[in-house]
Design a protein around this ligand. Structure first.
Ligand SMILES: *Cc1c(COP(=O)(O)O)cnc(C)c1O
Length: 472
């Protein structure tokens, strides 16, 4: 039987019974690992496949082996660790920031133990979960008060709903962004119950545009950091500082959605300038919203910092309860934020910054070490070269600027069928126990090494690569 078409009657009669498979010598061991019920189910489904002719018939031992493989496949986690060699450091589809060791330890501890989440240990009274982060956030941003929710999308939604439900919300046409996924500012406004008032044009918005819109009452003025694109050329936007003056002259709060909020000046790490949260607060925004897992380098979270009275209103909104974060993330956030008290050592401790600030020479040296090893692994059909790369921060920060990096460019020597061979190699790399995620560009499979820290483990993983033969 070759596994094509339904099994013949004779074949079917040769199939072992479930009990027979369970009596094989290795069955007890497999049952011990995966549980007897799961093993019986797996044997049944393998027998059904054989009966349908989907697989060879086989004896009891063979059926057991297949059942064991099926159970092993089902047991591997769906959420696999991968090597992010895409060149995009904060890759949303690859989970954005990797956490600092102290944050991982804090989160693990919080998972394992009962913690004083909403309990004031000193006074023995009820406490608030945001208390663990409030003072830290105020210290790092200069804000009066702070609150924490599930992500920055939730922070924006909650802020709009609290301050502008049933009211006008004023925003520049040039800032009505789509972040990706289904996060579009106009849709979020609608869901928050705010009436969107667009001012200005796509490329130019003036102070008088805002002032005109503010002649009628409004719930808030929203400024959005256009994080994932940039308008260039004949443009005009009103600075946050000027906008605060205009909004306050009309007794209206200014909310500044920074997106990837940074807590320190990134130029000290040789990176492009991004507005810091402290600057946004100092410029007069009444509330500032930003993400936990973008440039800040923590777990997914959204922060709202700013005026005490407004934060108090936000905390009273019943939606806050639906958007709050759990103890695991609070623990990881506290540990991550505390690292910012010592900015000098951030570039050694915070994986996001370790990757972003990694010296080019170091990445190039790594590429030179790895190129011959990968070449040997792939054989003569492929050519592996050290290549310059342009990394991106990702997740909407510094969308236009790139960071000089280095990596490996893999090309196929034979021009015929080259694209197909590259695609096959790309999927072989993704099929590794620890999948390697690169990208295909200009006829080469490129692995940007900026985010590769454990070279030894990478090589061990690579040793399991099944040479990709382009199928004819
Ligand atoms: C990324 C981003 C958001 C959404 O933040 P999440 O943390 O991904 O929910 C909102 N606004 C801006 C400007 C952003 O860049």
């Amino acid at each position: 039987m070759t596994g094509k078409g339904a099994a013949s009657d004779a074949d079917r009669r040769r199939l072992p019974a479930v009990d027979e498979v369970l009596r094989t010598t290795r069955a007890a061991m497999v049952a011990e690992i995966f549980g007897r019920n799961a093993l019986v189910e797996a044997i049944r489904s393998e027998l059904a496949d054989a009966r349908r002719g989907a697989t060879d018939v086989g004896g009891a031992d063979q059926i057991l082996s297949r059942a064991k493989r099926q159970l092993e496949r089902a047991a591997t986690p769906s959420l696999k660790p991968v090597y992010n060699l895409t060149g995009t450091v904060l890759h949303t589809n690859l989970g954005r920031a990797r956490l600092a060791e102290v944050a991982i330890e804090a989160a693990t501890q919080a998972m394992r133990e009962a913690v004083a989440l909403e309990f004031d240990v000193g006074g023995g009274k009820r406490g608030e979960r945001d208390d663990h982060l409030r003072a830290l956030l105020c210290e790092l941003t200069g804000a009066e008060d702070a609150t924490i929710v599930n992500n920055n999308a939730a922070a924006v939604l909650l802020t709009l709903n609290t301050l502008a439900r049933g009211k006008r919300a004023i925003v520049s046409r040039g800032e009505l962004i789509e972040i990706g996924g289904a996060f579009r500012m106009p849709d979020i406004m609608a869901r928050a119950g705010a009436k969107l008032v667009e001012v200005g044009t796509t490329n130019r918005t003036h102070a008088k545009d805002y002032a005109g819109a503010l002649e009628q009452p409004a719930g808030l003025v929203l400024k959005v950091h256009t994080s994932n694109y940039r308008i260039e050329g004949f443009t005009k936007e009103v600075s946050a500082r000027d906008l605060a003056v205009i909004a306050h002259a009309h007794a209206t709060p200014l909310v500044n959605d920074l997106g990837s909020g940074v807590l320190v000046d990134l130029t000290r790490f040789g990176l492009n300038r991004e507005p810091t949260v402290a600057e946004a607060v100092a410029e007069g925004a009444d509330l500032v919203t930003f993400s936990g897992d973008k440039l800040l380098g923590g777990p997914q979270a959204g922060f709202i910092v700013g005026r005490k009275d407004l934060v108090a209103r936000i905390n009273k909104n019943p939606m806050k309860r639906a958007l709050r974060v759990d103890k695991i993330r609070i623990a990881a956030l506290e540990a991550t934020l505390k690292l910012y008290r010592d900015p000098d050592r951030l570039a050694q401790r915070l994986p996001t910054l370790v990757s972003l600030a990694r010296p080019l020479a170091e990445i190039e040296a790594q590429a030179s070490r790895l190129a011959p090893q990968l070449q040997q692994r792939l054989g003569d059909d492929f050519a592996v070269d050290v290549a310059p790369c342009a990394s991106e921060v990702g997740s909407g920060a510094s969308p236009v600027e790139t960071i000089a990096s280095a990596g490996l460019a893999i090309r196929v020597r034979e021009a015929r069928g080259a694209q197909r061979a590259l695609i096959a190699l790309n999927s072989a790399l993704r099929a590794l126990p620890w999948p390697v995620i690169g990208r295909i560009a200009d006829g080469a499979l490129v692995l940007d090494l900026r985010c590769l820290s454990d070279e030894g483990a990478f090589l061990v993983n690579l040793a399991q690569l099944k040479p990709a033969k382009s199928e004819e």
